[in-house]
Design a protein around this ligand. Sequence first.
Ligand code: NI
Length: 140
Amino acid sequence: MGKLTRFGVSLDEDLLEPFDALCRRKEYGNRSEAIRDLIRKALVEDEWTSQGDAPVAGTLTLVYDHHRNDLARRLMNMQHDDHDIIVTTMHVHLDHHNCLEVLVLKGDSGRVRTLADRLLSCKGVKHGTFSGTTTGQDLA
Ligand code: NI
């Protein structure tokens, strides 16, 4: 961890009051920790948007009916094509038809994003969410 530096921030009260309320709701002990999290969030977002193919991590959740259109096989084939950026998968049989799959992805942002988009847009996937995060390596 680097040296601790203090800096002053000037804020309009109209911005500070709702920020303090947010800090209370999110149970931050103080403003500094809340501001540190906001900065980290911005840096992680920058890894995804401005740094080309930065190494990133993420989780993808898919819900689909495995009976539909050979979907389970198609999703599996796509995953095998990019097996090197899939760290692990978990498959849950929600009921007779529906499956929930969670994939942990790690690799260059472009490839991770592309695989997530391909799986999410696969015909028959009922719902899916992708959450991009960081490998944590360059984040204090
Ligand atoms: Ni299943």
